[in-house]
Write a protein that binds this ligand. Structure first.
Ligand code: URA
Length: 226
């Protein structure tokens, strides 16, 4: 059953502000010591707080705020992009610009609600002028992503775009060579599928047909895991 703490955390991740009566807060502080499920969410919240104060690389100097990730902490599917852009940096949430709207539509096309999955980026801070992430920034930030993955334990990860795919798979192969197969990520060997970045699809709409094929492949694989 979904606990109050779970609901509260999911709403927070979806960016919905909560007004709470004191009685409710007291109830939460009791509940957070009960189930292991809640301690996972607490760990995720603690990680989010840690990330929000991170100064490990130079990107902290130019960011408005960190972009930890949003969505369902119990998600089966985790989408990973490369780094926040201007809108994400302003709002503190991943994929909220035009590319984000297309991502939402892409998910909808295979029957998935954005709120049911978890969305994050390799980097938690926006690179200046949206330049590509640098290898040292990725190396510094990846432990945060790995901790998110360890806590959320998605059944399937999807890397959107060449840059996220290259860093996650430690590969330099072209996107076309990396798509349409199931890779594995990390020590947990989490299945990982690669597809186009929605920003690329906005620039090259002709590729949407291929992207839809990828989405069907993702859905098929996700269904086979449940
Ligand atoms: N592009 C990304 O890779 N991530 C975002 O959050 C937004 C745009």
């Amino acid at each position: 059953m979904t606990t109050t703490a779970t609901k509260q955390f999911i709403l927070q991740q979806m960016g919905i502000d909560l007004w709470q009566q004191r009685r409710y807060v007291e109830q939460k502080s009791v509940e957070t010591h009960q189930a292991p499920q809640q301690s996972m969410q607490e760990s995720l919240q603690l990680l989010q707080q840690k990330v929000s104060k991170c100064t490990l690389c130079a990107l902290h100097q130019s960011r408005t705020q960190t972009v930890f990730g949003v969505g369902n902490p119990n998600a089966d599917l985790m989408i990973i992009g490369e780094a926040p852009g201007m809108n994400e940096d302003k709002q503190g949430k991943p994929f909220v610009g035009r590319a984000g709207q297309l991502l939402t539509q892409m998910l909808y096309a295979i029957g998935l609600q954005r709120e049911s999955i978890f969305i994050a980026n390799v980097l938690k801070c926006r690179p200046p002028r949206n330049r590509d992430p640098q290898a040292d920034e990725v190396a510094t930030c990846t432990p945060y992503l790995n901790q998110q993955i360890e806590l959320i334990k998605p059944k399937l990860m999807v890397a959107v775009g060449r840059i996220a795919a290259h860093y996650l798979l430690q590969s330099t192969l072209s996107l076309s060579r990396l798509r349409k197969q199931v890779h594995q990520y990390g020590s947990q060997k989490t299945p990982l599928i690669v597809t186009y970045h929605p920003a690329y699809l906005l620039r090259s709409p002709v590729e949407k047909r291929r992207a839809y094929g990828d989405l069907l492949f993702i859905k098929q694989h996700l269904d086979s895991l449940s």
